[in-house]
Write a protein that binds this ligand. Sequence first.
Ligand SMILES: Cc1cc2nc3c(=O)[nH]c(=O)nc-3n(C[C@H](O)[C@H](O)[C@H](O)COP(=O)(O)OP(=O)(O)OC[C@H]3O[C@@H](n4cnc5c(N)ncnc54)[C@H](O)[C@@H]3O)c2cc1C
Length: 302
Amino acid sequence: MNGSHRPHDDPVPVVIVGAGPVGVTAATLLGQYGVECLVLDRWDGVYHQPRAVHLDDEIYRILVRLGIGEQFAAVTRPTSGLQLLDRNHRVFAVFDRRSTHGRHGHPQANLFDQPELEHLLRTNLKDQTTVSLRGNVEVTDVAQDGQGRVLVDFTDRLTGEQESVLATYVLGCDGANSVVRTAIGSTMEDLEFEQRWLVIDVASPVELEQWEGVHQVCDPDRAATYMRIGDTRYRWEFRLLDGETAADFESIETLQPLIRPWIEGISCDQLELVRVAEYTFRAQLADRWRDRNLFLLGEPPT
Ligand SMILES: Cc1cc2nc3c(=O)[nH]c(=O)nc-3n(C[C@H](O)[C@H](O)[C@H](O)COP(=O)(O)OP(=O)(O)OC[C@H]3O[C@@H](n4cnc5c(N)ncnc54)[C@H](O)[C@@H]3O)c2cc1C
């Protein structure tokens, strides 16, 4: 099924804008119910950079329902929980999450690599015969006609051609700068929390020999987070100080003063920097998640 080849006045039951983890999950679930749907995304494949790293047992249950429970188990790392440390790295609280069968029947805390999860989701989506995914298209507008139909305009990024498809329902799974949110007319409630953090992904064959859970360093001068994501992958996050940017930390050498407490005895050439990014945490809430046949899902819009 390709929505853009249907008769102009025959709507696709569901068009999903965005093929991130939320869009592909929604498409798979709709496909399992036999609902026809077209997923549109601006990129041809999975965005390759690491981003989210943790999911809980409730999300794990959804992955099992999608049909990728076993595949996910092979790439995830259940973790021991969370420990809080003071600025001298003395532990003062532990939240134990070692139970392998929480309320939802799965480990309660699971670390993973987002691109790896997205590859599993997309491969699994191919089993759904009522769903098609079209990449390399930029959705430019979403407009309801007042008669229960939605016109979705998009541009083919390879040819530059403008196209449109008629839909009965549109799911906005299009991340932080959502076209669908704009069409719904949501405004944001600002809960007044905003912090800039440095996010660091490192690959190393060396065992760092740390407690196998999330370390949260509660240092008011430099809050920090550390966790092991996979057999050879590690994540650190540090709150940025005023005037600092990610550009100040673009090599293992410049990062060493920050990560030193976890890498004692390990030389820098055994650590490969995978990604350094600045990430701003914001507490904001959309006031509307639906307008008639348009729905907003996924990434909290900022
Ligand atoms: C550096 C970094 C670190 C992060 N760390 C964490 C973490 O530790 N834990 C955590 O929970 N989350 C983390 N996140 C956030 C996490 O990545 C997102 O919450 C998650 O990807 C949201 O999934 P989603 O499917 O809702 O949206 P997205 O993954 O943003 O997917 C949206 C999709 O929509 C497509 N799209 C958008 N607009 C259009 C358009 N107009 N036309 C066509 N396609 C469009 C995009 O190409 C994209 O594929 C991090 C993010 C970053 C950048």
